[in-house]
Design a protein around this ligand. Structure first.
Ligand code: 4AD
Ligand code: MG
Length: 464
Protein backbone atom coordinates (compact mmCIF):
# COMPACT_ATOMS: atom_id res chain seq x y z
CA UNK A 1 0.00 0.00 0.00
CA UNK A 2 2.69 2.53 -0.95
CA UNK A 3 4.10 2.37 2.53
CA UNK A 4 7.26 4.30 1.72
CA UNK A 5 5.68 6.51 -0.94
CA UNK A 6 2.86 7.98 1.11
CA UNK A 7 3.04 11.42 2.68
CA UNK A 8 1.87 11.68 6.27
CA UNK A 9 -0.27 14.71 6.97
CA UNK A 10 1.85 15.86 9.91
CA UNK A 11 4.80 16.31 7.56
CA UNK A 12 2.75 18.85 5.63
CA UNK A 13 0.93 20.61 8.44
CA UNK A 14 3.50 20.51 11.24
CA UNK A 15 6.95 19.82 9.86
CA UNK A 16 6.68 22.13 6.86
CA UNK A 17 7.85 19.41 4.49
CA UNK A 18 5.57 20.59 1.74
CA UNK A 19 5.85 18.84 -1.57
CA UNK A 20 3.97 21.61 -3.43
CA UNK A 21 2.75 20.80 -6.94
CA UNK A 22 4.09 17.27 -6.77
CA UNK A 23 1.98 14.20 -6.90
CA UNK A 24 1.60 12.70 -3.43
CA UNK A 25 -0.31 9.80 -1.90
CA UNK A 26 -2.43 10.22 1.24
CA UNK A 27 -3.92 7.28 3.10
CA UNK A 28 -6.40 7.91 5.86
CA UNK A 29 -9.97 7.96 7.09
CA UNK A 30 -12.77 10.22 5.97
CA UNK A 31 -13.89 12.79 8.50
CA UNK A 32 -16.47 14.37 6.20
CA UNK A 33 -17.40 14.23 2.56
CA UNK A 34 -19.40 16.80 0.61
CA UNK A 35 -20.55 15.95 -2.84
CA UNK A 36 -22.07 18.30 -5.42
CA UNK A 37 -22.43 18.29 -9.20
CA UNK A 38 -19.28 20.32 -9.84
CA UNK A 39 -16.94 19.39 -7.03
CA UNK A 40 -16.44 17.01 -4.10
CA UNK A 41 -14.54 17.67 -0.87
CA UNK A 42 -13.18 14.93 1.35
CA UNK A 43 -11.62 15.80 4.71
CA UNK A 44 -9.04 13.13 5.44
CA UNK A 45 -7.27 12.44 8.71
CA UNK A 46 -4.46 9.90 8.88
CA UNK A 47 -3.85 9.94 12.64
CA UNK A 48 -0.42 11.54 12.37
CA UNK A 49 -1.61 14.88 13.79
CA UNK A 50 -4.72 16.84 14.74
CA UNK A 51 -5.20 18.36 11.29
CA UNK A 52 -6.90 17.06 8.17
CA UNK A 53 -6.12 17.46 4.50
CA UNK A 54 -8.93 18.50 2.25
CA UNK A 55 -9.01 16.52 -0.95
CA UNK A 56 -10.73 18.42 -3.75
CA UNK A 57 -12.18 16.48 -6.66
CA UNK A 58 -13.30 18.31 -9.77
CA UNK A 59 -15.89 16.67 -12.02
CA UNK A 60 -17.05 14.16 -9.43
CA UNK A 61 -19.13 12.37 -12.06
CA UNK A 62 -15.90 10.89 -13.35
CA UNK A 63 -15.43 9.12 -9.99
CA UNK A 64 -18.49 6.90 -9.39
CA UNK A 65 -16.79 5.43 -6.30
CA UNK A 66 -17.41 8.72 -4.46
CA UNK A 67 -21.03 7.75 -3.86
CA UNK A 68 -19.85 4.83 -1.71
CA UNK A 69 -17.45 6.88 0.37
CA UNK A 70 -19.00 7.90 3.67
CA UNK A 71 -17.68 9.26 6.96
CA UNK A 72 -15.32 6.73 8.56
CA UNK A 73 -14.24 5.02 5.34
CA UNK A 74 -10.57 4.26 4.67
CA UNK A 75 -9.34 5.90 1.46
CA UNK A 76 -6.28 6.29 -0.68
CA UNK A 77 -6.06 9.48 -2.70
CA UNK A 78 -3.44 10.68 -5.15
CA UNK A 79 -3.12 14.31 -6.08
CA UNK A 80 -1.08 17.48 -6.14
CA UNK A 81 -0.64 19.56 -3.05
CA UNK A 82 -1.54 23.16 -3.80
CA UNK A 83 -2.03 26.33 -1.79
CA UNK A 84 -5.67 26.47 -0.90
CA UNK A 85 -7.81 29.34 -2.15
CA UNK A 86 -10.29 28.51 0.63
CA UNK A 87 -10.27 30.13 4.07
CA UNK A 88 -9.12 28.24 7.16
CA UNK A 89 -6.56 25.97 5.52
CA UNK A 90 -3.22 26.61 3.87
CA UNK A 91 -3.09 23.60 1.57
CA UNK A 92 -5.39 21.25 -0.19
CA UNK A 93 -5.01 18.27 -2.42
CA UNK A 94 -6.06 18.54 -6.04
CA UNK A 95 -7.05 14.96 -6.63
CA UNK A 96 -6.40 12.77 -9.65
CA UNK A 97 -7.13 9.34 -8.15
CA UNK A 98 -9.52 8.12 -5.44
CA UNK A 99 -9.65 4.62 -4.04
CA UNK A 100 -12.03 3.28 -1.44
CA UNK A 101 -9.91 0.97 0.73
CA UNK A 102 -12.43 0.06 3.39
CA UNK A 103 -16.08 1.00 3.48
CA UNK A 104 -17.95 2.47 6.45
CA UNK A 105 -21.71 2.53 6.34
CA UNK A 106 -24.35 4.87 7.78
CA UNK A 107 -24.09 3.20 11.18
CA UNK A 108 -20.58 4.62 11.76
CA UNK A 109 -21.01 6.00 15.27
CA UNK A 110 -18.70 9.00 14.96
CA UNK A 111 -20.81 11.34 12.91
CA UNK A 112 -20.53 15.11 13.21
CA UNK A 113 -22.12 15.55 16.64
CA UNK A 114 -19.93 15.47 19.73
CA UNK A 115 -20.08 12.44 22.00
CA UNK A 116 -19.47 12.24 25.71
CA UNK A 117 -16.26 10.60 26.91
CA UNK A 118 -18.40 8.00 28.70
CA UNK A 119 -20.12 7.00 25.48
CA UNK A 120 -16.82 6.82 23.63
CA UNK A 121 -15.43 4.37 26.20
CA UNK A 122 -18.10 1.94 25.03
CA UNK A 123 -16.79 1.98 21.46
CA UNK A 124 -13.14 1.41 22.23
CA UNK A 125 -12.18 0.50 18.69
CA UNK A 126 -13.40 3.82 17.27
CA UNK A 127 -12.53 6.04 20.23
CA UNK A 128 -8.98 6.68 18.93
CA UNK A 129 -10.44 8.17 15.74
CA UNK A 130 -11.89 11.12 17.61
CA UNK A 131 -9.90 14.33 17.94
CA UNK A 132 -9.69 13.99 21.70
CA UNK A 133 -8.43 10.42 21.87
CA UNK A 134 -6.19 10.89 18.87
CA UNK A 135 -4.57 13.70 20.83
CA UNK A 136 -4.47 11.64 24.04
CA UNK A 137 -2.82 8.69 22.34
CA UNK A 138 -0.26 10.82 20.56
CA UNK A 139 0.64 12.76 23.69
CA UNK A 140 0.93 9.50 25.65
CA UNK A 141 3.49 8.32 23.15
CA UNK A 142 5.39 11.60 23.10
CA UNK A 143 5.54 11.90 26.88
CA UNK A 144 6.67 8.28 27.16
CA UNK A 145 9.50 9.20 24.81
CA UNK A 146 10.31 12.28 26.90
CA UNK A 147 10.55 10.11 30.01
CA UNK A 148 13.13 7.84 28.43
CA UNK A 149 14.97 10.85 27.04
CA UNK A 150 15.13 12.51 30.44
CA UNK A 151 16.69 9.51 32.18
CA UNK A 152 18.84 8.25 29.34
CA UNK A 153 20.43 11.69 28.93
CA UNK A 154 21.24 11.72 32.63
CA UNK A 155 22.97 8.35 32.72
CA UNK A 156 20.14 6.26 34.20
CA UNK A 157 19.73 2.69 32.96
CA UNK A 158 16.30 1.34 32.06
CA UNK A 159 15.53 -1.79 34.08
CA UNK A 160 12.81 -4.26 33.23
CA UNK A 161 11.31 -5.47 36.45
CA UNK A 162 9.05 -8.49 36.57
CA UNK A 163 5.31 -8.26 36.17
CA UNK A 164 4.74 -11.49 38.07
CA UNK A 165 5.91 -11.15 41.63
CA UNK A 166 5.92 -13.17 44.82
CA UNK A 167 6.15 -10.17 47.15
CA UNK A 168 3.91 -7.25 47.94
CA UNK A 169 6.07 -4.15 47.56
CA UNK A 170 3.65 -1.73 49.13
CA UNK A 171 2.48 -4.19 51.79
CA UNK A 172 -1.07 -3.02 51.12
CA UNK A 173 -2.36 -6.40 50.03
CA UNK A 174 -4.38 -5.19 47.06
CA UNK A 175 -2.90 -7.57 44.51
CA UNK A 176 -4.27 -9.66 41.65
CA UNK A 177 -3.46 -13.31 42.03
CA UNK A 178 -1.57 -15.31 39.40
CA UNK A 179 -2.22 -19.02 39.48
CA UNK A 180 -2.82 -22.02 37.23
CA UNK A 181 -4.87 -23.86 39.85
CA UNK A 182 -8.41 -24.64 38.74
CA UNK A 183 -10.69 -22.27 40.63
CA UNK A 184 -12.68 -24.92 42.42
CA UNK A 185 -10.05 -27.56 43.16
CA UNK A 186 -6.79 -26.10 44.37
CA UNK A 187 -4.70 -28.72 46.20
CA UNK A 188 -4.69 -28.44 49.95
CA UNK A 189 -2.12 -29.09 52.64
CA UNK A 190 -3.08 -28.91 56.33
CA UNK A 191 -6.40 -27.37 55.30
CA UNK A 192 -4.75 -24.52 53.37
CA UNK A 193 -4.11 -24.08 49.66
CA UNK A 194 -0.76 -25.61 48.87
CA UNK A 195 0.99 -23.10 46.68
CA UNK A 196 4.07 -25.30 46.51
CA UNK A 197 2.13 -27.21 43.88
CA UNK A 198 1.24 -24.08 41.92
CA UNK A 199 3.04 -23.04 38.73
CA UNK A 200 5.83 -21.09 40.41
CA UNK A 201 5.93 -23.23 43.55
CA UNK A 202 4.83 -20.19 45.51
CA UNK A 203 1.97 -17.73 45.84
CA UNK A 204 2.32 -15.14 43.05
CA UNK A 205 0.67 -11.89 42.03
CA UNK A 206 0.74 -9.14 39.45
CA UNK A 207 3.25 -6.58 40.63
CA UNK A 208 2.09 -3.35 42.29
CA UNK A 209 5.49 -1.74 41.80
CA UNK A 210 8.95 -2.50 40.43
CA UNK A 211 10.66 -0.70 43.26
CA UNK A 212 12.18 -3.55 45.24
CA UNK A 213 13.83 -4.95 42.12
CA UNK A 214 14.85 -1.43 41.02
CA UNK A 215 16.63 -1.05 44.35
CA UNK A 216 18.64 -4.17 43.60
CA UNK A 217 19.57 -2.81 40.19
CA UNK A 218 20.48 0.62 41.59
CA UNK A 219 22.86 -0.95 44.08
CA UNK A 220 24.81 -2.33 41.14
CA UNK A 221 24.32 0.17 38.31
CA UNK A 222 24.00 3.38 40.31
CA UNK A 223 21.07 5.17 38.71
CA UNK A 224 18.22 3.21 37.16
CA UNK A 225 14.58 3.65 36.25
CA UNK A 226 11.68 1.40 35.44
CA UNK A 227 8.74 2.28 33.23
CA UNK A 228 6.08 -0.36 33.00
CA UNK A 229 2.59 -1.48 33.88
CA UNK A 230 1.59 -2.06 37.47
CA UNK A 231 -1.58 -3.60 38.84
CA UNK A 232 -3.67 -2.82 41.89
CA UNK A 233 -6.80 -4.56 42.99
CA UNK A 234 -7.99 -1.70 45.20
CA UNK A 235 -11.71 -1.44 44.73
CA UNK A 236 -11.70 2.33 44.50
CA UNK A 237 -13.91 3.60 41.75
CA UNK A 238 -12.51 7.11 41.52
CA UNK A 239 -11.51 9.29 38.61
CA UNK A 240 -7.83 8.94 39.61
CA UNK A 241 -7.45 5.19 40.16
CA UNK A 242 -6.98 2.52 37.52
CA UNK A 243 -6.47 -1.18 38.18
CA UNK A 244 -3.75 -1.30 35.54
CA UNK A 245 -1.60 1.80 35.21
CA UNK A 246 1.93 2.69 34.21
CA UNK A 247 4.52 3.89 36.61
CA UNK A 248 7.98 5.39 36.23
CA UNK A 249 10.24 4.47 39.12
CA UNK A 250 13.73 5.98 39.23
CA UNK A 251 16.06 4.66 41.92
CA UNK A 252 19.34 6.34 42.80
CA UNK A 253 22.22 4.85 44.79
CA UNK A 254 24.10 7.13 47.19
CA UNK A 255 21.14 9.50 47.31
CA UNK A 256 19.01 10.87 50.13
CA UNK A 257 15.56 12.40 50.38
CA UNK A 258 16.75 15.90 49.39
CA UNK A 259 18.31 14.49 46.21
CA UNK A 260 15.10 12.59 45.59
CA UNK A 261 12.98 15.75 45.85
CA UNK A 262 15.31 17.67 43.53
CA UNK A 263 15.09 15.00 40.87
CA UNK A 264 11.33 14.57 41.23
CA UNK A 265 10.66 18.28 40.78
CA UNK A 266 13.15 18.67 37.94
CA UNK A 267 11.69 15.63 36.17
CA UNK A 268 8.09 16.84 36.44
CA UNK A 269 8.98 20.30 35.17
CA UNK A 270 10.86 18.74 32.29
CA UNK A 271 7.80 16.75 31.26
CA UNK A 272 5.50 19.76 31.48
CA UNK A 273 7.94 21.86 29.46
CA UNK A 274 8.25 19.06 26.94
CA UNK A 275 4.48 18.93 26.50
CA UNK A 276 4.27 22.69 25.96
CA UNK A 277 7.17 22.82 23.51
CA UNK A 278 7.09 19.51 21.68
CA UNK A 279 3.37 18.67 21.70
CA UNK A 280 2.04 22.11 20.74
CA UNK A 281 -0.49 20.66 18.29
CA UNK A 282 -2.21 18.48 20.88
CA UNK A 283 -1.78 21.02 23.70
CA UNK A 284 -3.57 23.66 21.62
CA UNK A 285 -6.48 21.26 21.28
CA UNK A 286 -6.64 20.46 25.00
CA UNK A 287 -6.31 24.16 25.82
CA UNK A 288 -9.27 24.97 23.61
CA UNK A 289 -11.62 22.07 24.29
CA UNK A 290 -10.74 20.52 27.63
CA UNK A 291 -9.27 23.16 29.95
CA UNK A 292 -8.86 26.79 28.94
CA UNK A 293 -6.37 27.47 31.74
CA UNK A 294 -4.04 24.62 30.79
CA UNK A 295 -1.16 26.56 29.25
CA UNK A 296 -1.20 29.21 31.93
CA UNK A 297 -1.15 26.56 34.68
CA UNK A 298 1.67 24.52 33.18
CA UNK A 299 3.76 27.56 32.34
CA UNK A 300 3.33 28.82 35.89
CA UNK A 301 4.34 25.45 37.34
CA UNK A 302 7.41 25.18 35.14
CA UNK A 303 8.60 28.59 36.34
CA UNK A 304 7.74 28.37 40.03
CA UNK A 305 9.41 26.52 42.88
CA UNK A 306 7.34 23.74 44.35
CA UNK A 307 6.44 24.28 47.99
CA UNK A 308 8.16 21.83 50.36
CA UNK A 309 6.95 21.16 53.85
CA UNK A 310 7.00 18.37 56.43
CA UNK A 311 3.82 16.39 57.04
CA UNK A 312 3.57 17.83 60.56
CA UNK A 313 3.42 21.39 59.17
CA UNK A 314 0.89 20.31 56.54
CA UNK A 315 -1.35 18.89 59.26
CA UNK A 316 -1.09 22.15 61.24
CA UNK A 317 -2.16 24.16 58.19
CA UNK A 318 -5.12 21.86 57.61
CA UNK A 319 -6.16 21.92 61.27
CA UNK A 320 -6.09 25.72 61.32
CA UNK A 321 -7.87 26.06 58.00
CA UNK A 322 -11.35 26.09 59.48
CA UNK A 323 -12.41 23.94 56.53
CA UNK A 324 -15.01 21.18 57.09
CA UNK A 325 -13.29 18.06 55.74
CA UNK A 326 -15.10 14.78 55.27
CA UNK A 327 -12.11 13.09 56.95
CA UNK A 328 -11.15 15.13 60.04
CA UNK A 329 -7.48 16.01 60.27
CA UNK A 330 -5.16 15.08 63.08
CA UNK A 331 -1.51 14.06 63.27
CA UNK A 332 -1.17 10.44 62.21
CA UNK A 333 -3.89 10.27 59.54
CA UNK A 334 -3.07 9.56 55.95
CA UNK A 335 -3.76 12.66 53.87
CA UNK A 336 -6.90 12.23 51.78
CA UNK A 337 -7.43 13.70 48.37
CA UNK A 338 -9.51 16.56 49.85
CA UNK A 339 -6.59 17.52 52.13
CA UNK A 340 -4.09 17.29 49.31
CA UNK A 341 -6.28 19.45 47.14
CA UNK A 342 -6.72 22.02 49.90
CA UNK A 343 -2.95 22.38 50.25
CA UNK A 344 -2.29 22.70 46.53
CA UNK A 345 -5.36 24.63 45.45
CA UNK A 346 -6.14 26.88 48.42
CA UNK A 347 -3.01 27.27 50.55
CA UNK A 348 -0.15 27.31 48.05
CA UNK A 349 -1.84 27.43 44.63
CA UNK A 350 0.90 25.27 43.16
CA UNK A 351 2.43 21.80 43.51
CA UNK A 352 3.58 20.85 46.98
CA UNK A 353 6.08 18.27 48.23
CA UNK A 354 5.06 16.88 51.62
CA UNK A 355 7.71 14.83 53.42
CA UNK A 356 8.48 13.04 56.70
CA UNK A 357 5.17 11.22 57.09
CA UNK A 358 4.20 9.16 60.15
CA UNK A 359 5.85 5.75 60.08
CA UNK A 360 2.60 3.91 60.73
CA UNK A 361 0.87 4.98 57.52
CA UNK A 362 3.75 4.38 55.12
CA UNK A 363 5.37 1.30 53.59
CA UNK A 364 7.92 -0.84 55.44
CA UNK A 365 10.90 0.09 53.25
CA UNK A 366 11.07 3.79 54.11
CA UNK A 367 13.97 5.09 56.18
CA UNK A 368 13.05 5.76 59.79
CA UNK A 369 13.93 9.23 61.09
CA UNK A 370 15.77 9.79 64.37
CA UNK A 371 12.48 10.72 66.06
CA UNK A 372 11.41 7.08 65.59
CA UNK A 373 7.92 8.27 64.58
CA UNK A 374 8.33 9.52 61.04
CA UNK A 375 9.92 8.18 57.89
CA UNK A 376 11.76 9.78 54.98
CA UNK A 377 8.75 9.65 52.70
CA UNK A 378 7.70 12.27 50.21
CA UNK A 379 4.59 12.80 48.14
CA UNK A 380 4.36 15.33 45.34
CA UNK A 381 0.87 16.79 45.20
CA UNK A 382 -0.60 18.82 42.36
CA UNK A 383 -3.81 20.86 42.11
CA UNK A 384 -6.95 18.98 41.00
CA UNK A 385 -5.33 15.54 41.10
CA UNK A 386 -3.61 15.38 44.47
CA UNK A 387 -0.80 12.81 44.71
CA UNK A 388 1.15 12.39 41.50
CA UNK A 389 4.42 11.04 42.97
CA UNK A 390 5.09 8.87 45.99
CA UNK A 391 8.67 8.18 47.03
CA UNK A 392 11.17 7.88 49.83
CA UNK A 393 14.68 7.37 50.99
CA UNK A 394 14.98 3.64 51.62
CA UNK A 395 15.90 2.00 54.88
CA UNK A 396 19.44 0.80 54.26
CA UNK A 397 20.01 -0.50 57.84
CA UNK A 398 19.35 -4.21 58.12
CA UNK A 399 18.11 -4.28 61.72
CA UNK A 400 15.91 -1.22 61.49
CA UNK A 401 14.29 -2.60 58.33
CA UNK A 402 13.62 -5.92 60.00
CA UNK A 403 12.13 -4.37 63.12
CA UNK A 404 9.92 -2.07 61.09
CA UNK A 405 8.64 -4.93 59.01
CA UNK A 406 7.80 -7.07 62.00
CA UNK A 407 6.11 -4.08 63.68
CA UNK A 408 3.89 -3.80 60.62
CA UNK A 409 2.88 -7.43 60.93
CA UNK A 410 4.73 -8.51 57.78
CA UNK A 411 6.71 -11.70 57.53
CA UNK A 412 10.32 -10.80 56.60
CA UNK A 413 11.07 -14.32 55.40
CA UNK A 414 9.93 -14.02 51.75
CA UNK A 415 11.91 -10.79 51.48
CA UNK A 416 15.28 -12.45 52.27
CA UNK A 417 16.67 -11.28 48.95
CA UNK A 418 15.73 -7.71 49.78
CA UNK A 419 17.42 -8.01 53.15
CA UNK A 420 20.56 -9.40 51.57
CA UNK A 421 20.88 -6.10 49.74
CA UNK A 422 21.49 -4.55 53.17
CA UNK A 423 24.26 -7.01 54.02
CA UNK A 424 26.89 -6.38 51.40
CA UNK A 425 27.85 -2.81 50.56
CA UNK A 426 24.58 -1.28 51.68
CA UNK A 427 24.34 2.45 51.00
CA UNK A 428 21.76 5.19 51.29
CA UNK A 429 19.48 5.19 48.28
CA UNK A 430 16.23 6.76 47.28
CA UNK A 431 13.62 6.79 44.56
CA UNK A 432 10.04 7.52 43.71
CA UNK A 433 7.13 6.43 41.56
CA UNK A 434 5.39 8.77 39.14
CA UNK A 435 1.96 7.70 37.96
CA UNK A 436 2.06 8.02 34.19
CA UNK A 437 -1.70 8.47 33.79
CA UNK A 438 -1.93 11.06 36.54
CA UNK A 439 0.85 12.97 34.79
CA UNK A 440 -1.09 12.81 31.55
CA UNK A 441 -4.25 13.99 33.33
CA UNK A 442 -2.36 16.99 34.62
CA UNK A 443 -0.82 17.77 31.24
CA UNK A 444 -4.01 17.37 29.21
CA UNK A 445 -6.61 18.56 31.70
CA UNK A 446 -8.58 15.33 31.17
CA UNK A 447 -10.56 14.79 34.36
CA UNK A 448 -10.94 11.01 34.36
CA UNK A 449 -8.04 8.55 34.37
CA UNK A 450 -10.06 6.25 32.08
CA UNK A 451 -9.77 8.87 29.38
CA UNK A 452 -5.98 8.98 29.27
CA UNK A 453 -5.78 5.18 28.93
CA UNK A 454 -6.29 3.60 25.51
CA UNK A 455 -7.83 0.51 27.11
CA UNK A 456 -8.73 1.31 30.72
CA UNK A 457 -8.96 -1.42 33.33
CA UNK A 458 -11.01 -0.39 36.33
CA UNK A 459 -13.32 -2.23 38.70
CA UNK A 460 -16.00 -4.00 36.65
CA UNK A 461 -14.47 -3.06 33.32
CA UNK A 462 -11.95 -5.06 31.27
CA UNK A 463 -14.02 -5.88 28.20
CA UNK A 464 -11.71 -4.16 25.69
O1 4AD B 1 2.63 6.01 46.11
P1 4AD B 1 2.77 4.70 45.39
O2 4AD B 1 1.93 3.59 45.83
O3 4AD B 1 4.31 4.37 45.45
C1 4AD B 1 4.90 3.20 45.06
O4 4AD B 1 4.37 2.30 44.47
C2 4AD B 1 6.39 3.19 45.33
N1 4AD B 1 6.86 1.81 45.21
C3 4AD B 1 7.08 4.12 44.38
C4 4AD B 1 8.57 4.19 44.61
O5 4AD B 1 9.00 4.76 45.60
N2 4AD B 1 9.36 3.65 43.69
O6 4AD B 1 2.48 4.95 43.83
C5 4AD B 1 3.24 5.87 43.08
C6 4AD B 1 2.36 6.70 42.16
C7 4AD B 1 1.29 7.51 42.88
O7 4AD B 1 1.82 8.72 43.36
C8 4AD B 1 0.28 7.72 41.77
O8 4AD B 1 0.69 8.76 40.90
C9 4AD B 1 0.37 6.42 41.01
O9 4AD B 1 1.61 5.83 41.31
N3 4AD B 1 -0.72 5.51 41.39
C10 4AD B 1 -1.79 5.26 40.64
N4 4AD B 1 -2.16 5.74 39.43
C11 4AD B 1 -3.31 5.28 38.92
N5 4AD B 1 -4.10 4.37 39.50
C12 4AD B 1 -3.78 3.87 40.73
N6 4AD B 1 -4.57 2.95 41.29
C13 4AD B 1 -2.58 4.31 41.34
N7 4AD B 1 -1.95 4.01 42.50
C14 4AD B 1 -0.82 4.75 42.50
MG1 MG C 1 1.43 6.86 47.51
Amino acid sequence: MDYFKRTKINKILLDDIIPLNQEIIILGWVRTIRLSKEVAFIEINDGSCMGNIQAVIQNPDDYPILKQILTGAAVRVVGKLIESPAKGQKYELSVTEVQLVGEADQTYPLQKKRHTFEYLREIAHLRPRTNTFGAVNRIRSKIAYAIHKYYQERGFYYIHTPIISASDCEGAGDMFRVTTFPLNQAPLKDGKINFEEDFFGAETFLSVSGQLEAEIAAMALGDVYTFGPTFRAENSNTSRHASEFWMIEPEMAFADLEDNMEIAVDFLKYLFRYALEECADEMAFFGQWVDKTLHETLEHVVKSDFERLPYTSAVKILEKSGEKFEFPVKWGIDLQSEHERYLTEKTFKKPVVVYDYPKDIKAFYMRVNDDGKTVRAMDVLVPKIGEIIGGSQREERYDVLRDNMIAKGLNPEPYFWYFDLRKYGSAPHAGFGLGFERTLMYITGMANIRDVLPFPRVPRWAKF
